[in-house]
Design a protein around this ligand. Structure first.
Ligand code: CP
Length: 306
């Protein structure tokens, strides 16, 4: 396995997380640094993406590197039956780094085992989205001034939402307490309930989103229902509009509380919320570019100075 690969948030210690966030702060101060001169980054997106792919590609451009890749698996030879292993081995010969999104859980770990160059996981099925977690942590630290001792409420599709799964693990270093709000069909998987128990993380579980739950939160992390992962469209239709965060639900919100969402939003946050001081999700997406600049440099062993 290549040492620079980043397939799971669990690979990082607290001090490694903080070092990456510190580097991302340097990129926020000055995003344009020619640190990737002569480097080629391949973005292989077997699943759709707007933010993750474009922020990675913008990061490469701002660092003076070049991008190759595909944004739709239909335009790749995987439709002709080429295996992931063969694709990765080929691209390893063309590029210096691969950023990959795939529908299969564990695909990024597998790719990192067969690749000669580092792999960054840009989302693997319902499993992990570790670069998203790093930008979520960056956004939490930036808005709350710290990562420790925060009450984080996660809302929506906690079953299939890979950003939720990664963020639970990422925050586990920082004495969080969680409230998990989900329809019964989309509750947090047992393994993450056990993870909280094993790590001594206080957790409350709800099937209803109320002003009281929001009022107790430092961060409200909204998520989209992952329609593409439902086996049956009827099951999706049954739960699709269960939680809609609107201004009524924010009545008891702390002034410092911030609403995050990995985006895309469907209708789980009413548009009226966008203009409240609690809304942070669009800025959160911008933060992704600085964090991904830091992650690319880490993967390639490039030192970033003030
Ligand atoms: N947050 C996120 O992964 O968004 P995209 O699917 O648009 O990349």
């Amino acid at each position: 396995m290549n040492r620079g690969s980043f397939f799971s948030i669990e690979q990082l210690t607290a001090s490694e997380i903080e070092a990456i966030l510190d580097t991302a702060e340097l990129f926020e101060q000055n995003p344009n640094r020619r640190l990737l001169e002569g480097k080629v980054v391949a973005t292989l997106f077997f699943e759709p993406s707007t933010r993750t792919r474009l922020s990675f590609e913008t990061a490469v451009n701002r660092l003076g590197g070049r991008v190759i890749g595909f944004s739709d698996a239909k335009n790749s030879s995987s439709v002709k039956g080429e295996t992931l292993k063969d694709t990765i081995q080929m691209v390893s010969g063309y590029a210096d780094l691969i950023v990959m999104r795939h529908n299969l859980e564990g695909a990024a770990l597998y790719a990192s085992e067969v690749s000669r160059i580092p792999i960054i996981n840009a989302g693997d099925g319902a499993n992990q989205h570790p670069s998203q977690t790093m930008l979520d942590l960056y956004s939490i630290r930036k808005t709350q001034g710290k990562l420790t001792d925060l009450k984080v409420t996660m809302v929506g599709d906690l079953k299939y939402g890979r950003t939720v799964h990664s963020l639970i693990e990422g925050l586990s270093h920082y004495r969080p307490s969680f409230a998990f709000v989900a329809p019964k069909q989309l509750e947090l998987p047992r393994e993450y309930v056990e993870y909280c128990e094993e790590h001594g993380i206080p957790a409350e579980y709800y099937h209803e989103l109320t002003p009281e739950v929001i009022g107790a939160s430092d961060i409200v992390y909204m998520t989209r229902l992952q329609r593409e992962r439902f086996l049956d469209e009827e099951d999706y239709e049954a739960v699709k509009d269960t939680f809609v965060l609107d201004c009524n639900l924010l009545q008891q919100a702390k002034p410092s509380m911030r609403i995050l969402h990995p985006l895309p939003r469907v209708n789980e946050i009413a548009q009226e919320v966008d203009d409240t001081p609690n809304a942070y999700y669009f800025r959160q997406a911008v933060n992704g570019m600085f964090v991904r600049e830091a992650l690319i440099c880490r993967a390639l062993g490039i030192e970033v100075k003030e």
